[in-house]
Design a protein around this ligand. Structure first.
Ligand code: FAD
Ligand code: DHB
Length: 391
């Protein structure tokens, strides 16, 4: 089999790239290790920056997002019995964010790619990537247990943190940076109307809690738990009791409902650089992971793909390698901004078991400052909606 761009992974990054290349008339083949149902069912992120909504519109994959997405104009910061609403449009020149589940984005893109006859193979794990430092890369994958080879001009590694692409970059070229966070998030999806208008990010000495949502009838909530926490130790009543405690505010009540989904996600900060080598280009979680507190993971993946699709178009349609050569640097500037912001939000809002009294009082002082200072709220807002550079 032969194509121009071999895309590895049918997460949001690989699917969007497949769509954007198709729209530019560039042939691509997408290979995904898991089945369609699995890809469409994975509960993950939900908060979209305006730029992510815009690129999905550009890809013609935003009809349902425009109908069902919930536009939010701010977040609540809740701690010590206080609630500070941070308004986004007034602090960011009119920008806001949209809640729409990653699962729904994946469903919308898969349906559109299939309807348009894309060459997209599920249950087709990539086993090796060869020749990326030459002119004719080859991607080896399995179909029905039989090895096949995909020949291509470029390889897009969109295969997430545990994929094979990053490992194809020689070890003496690839530099990785990592920070461990001693927390995990227990996330639930519950059939109950959200008890809030905008998302609530809450700090308490018991730990962090986040009240998000998926629709007017479905709530998405998260709790900070230990990294080695076991779901078996978290029956429904314990989850709700802990959420009630951590989100508590005089005069406010958390409505409860049946829990339909639950999972525990470890937290990690990770960056691999450069994000490209020869004819291989990493995008999304394959190259970088952020702790989820700033809601940046999915948005970064979409931003990488926007840059990569443009660079591919320059290469195949105008014969210029400039975009491909600049890809890694262009992405890493945004990635490091998001890494810093996500780490900062995580440190601000999570309770560390090993924090000294001094550390804890400093954290409380910073929370109080963020909730009081207009400059601090401006800074949080401009990063949350997605920082854009002046140049
Ligand atoms: P992925 O979505 O990971 O997609 C990669 C795809 O590649 C997968 O379908 C995988 O099966 C496939 N693949 C892997 N190896 C191979 C192979 N060898 N061959 C072929 N295909 C392969 N972000 C937030 O902002 N908020 C959140 O609440 C949040 N929760 C998360 C919870 C979990 C459990 C995880 C893992 C991530 C979460 N994230 C969250 C991050 C966000 O979901 C990711 O940033 C986003 O999924 C990145 O998209 P991606 O397309 O780069 O990678
Ligand atoms: C959601 C996840 C996040 O990590 C976040 O910061 C905000 C919202 C969500 O899944 O809705």
């Amino acid at each position: 089999m032969r194509t121009r761009v071999a895309i590895i992974g049918a997460g949001p990054a690989g699917l969007l790239l497949s769509q954007l290349l198709h729209d530019r008339g560039i042939d691509a083949v997408l290979l995904e290790a898991r089945d369609r149902e699995y890809c469409e069912g994975r509960q993950r992120a939900g908060m979209l920056e305006q730029a992510t909504v815009d690129v999905l519109r550009e890809a013609g994959a935003a009809d349902r997002l425009d109908r069902e997405g919930l536009v939010h104009h701010g977040i609540h910061l809740r701690f010590a019995g206080r609630d500070r609403h941070i308004d986004f449009p007034s602090r960011t020149g009119g920008r806001s964010v949209t809640v729409y589940g990653q699962t729904e984005i994946v469903k919308d893109l898969v349906a559109k790619r299939i309807a348009e006859g894309a060459r997209m193979y599920f249950d087709a794990p990539v086993t090796a990537i060869e020749g990326i430092d030459g002119a004719a890369p080859r991607v080896r994958f399995l179909r029905d247990g039989v090895e096949e080879v995909l020949e291509c001009d470029l390889v897009a590694g969109c295969d997430g943190f545990h994929g094979v692409s990053r490992g194809a970059i020689p070890a003496d070229v690839l530099k990785t940076h990592e920070r461990a966070h001693p927390f995990a998030w227990l996330g639930i999806l519950a059939d109950v109307a959200p008890s809030t208008d905008d998302l609530i990010y809450a700090y308490s000495e018991r730990g962090f809690a986040l009240h998000s949502m998926r629709s007017r009838a479905v709530s998405r909530l998260y709790l900070q738990v230990d990294p080695d926490a076991d779901l078996a130790d978290w029956p429904d009543e314990r989850i709700w009791a802990e959420l009630r405690e951590r989100l508590a505010l005089p005069g406010w009540r958390l409505d409860e409902g049946p829990i339909r989904e639950r999972s525990i996600t470890p937290m990690r900060s990770f960056v691999a650089e450069p994000m490209s080598f020869g004819r291989l280009f990493l995008a999304g979680d394959a190259a970088h992971i952020v702790p989820p507190t700033g809601a940046k993971g999915l948005n970064l993946a979409m931003a990488d793909v926007r840059v990569l699709a443009r660079a591919c178009a320059e290469y195949f349609l105008a014969g210029s390698r400039a975009g491909l050569d600049g890809y890694s640097d262009a992405c890493l500037r945004r990635v490091w901004r998001a890494e810093q912001f996500s780490s900062w939000m995580t440190t601000l809002l999570h309770a560390r078991a090993d924090a000294s009294g001094f550390d804890r009082r400093c954290q409380e002082a910073e929370l109080a400052y963020v909730a009081d200072s207009s400059a601090a709220m401006d800074s949080l807002a401009e990063n949350y909606v997605g920082y854009t550079w002046a140049d």
